[in-house]
Design a protein around this ligand. Structure first.
Ligand SMILES: [Zn+2]
Length: 119
């Protein structure tokens, strides 16, 4: 338990007190005390954006699988045109890229949450 000075009257009060016992002024948390909350919020933001990106990559990936099956059948019968090859490349690599970015975002989010809790 540490003592801090009241921002209104300067009395030494516990940092766990909600308000100053002398003047009743609500305690202003120091920058240090606010940081864990900020880190936690940032961690959650990373986790949520990672989750959304994961979902998006799944949707593109699933749509890509059905398109790839159709394109593979076409390629077998008469070969792919240039545009179709590009489409195939897009469907093959974009979901994978999104998936990796979403995994990295989730890892950053977890690390931020863990470090925020330690403080
Ligand atoms: Zn006070």
């Amino acid at each position: 338990m540490a003592l801090i000075k009241c921002s209104e009257c300067g009395t030494d009060i516990s940092d766990k007190a909600v308000s100053c016992p002398k003047c009743g002024c609500p305690l202003h948390k120091t920058e240090e005390n606010q940081e864990p909350g900020k880190g936690k919020k940032r961690g959650k933001t990373f986790l949520i954006s990672g989750g959304i990106l994961f979902f998006v990559s799944m949707v593109i990936g699933l749509a890509g699988v059905s398109t790839q099956v159709g394109l593979n059948a076409k390629r077998l019968s008469r070969g792919l045109s240039g545009a179709e090859t590009l489409e195939w490349m897009f469907l093959r690599y974009v979901p994978e890229f999104f998936l990796w970015v979403s995994i990295i975002l989730v890892i950053i989010g977890i690390v931020l949450l863990v470090t925020a809790r330690k403080k």
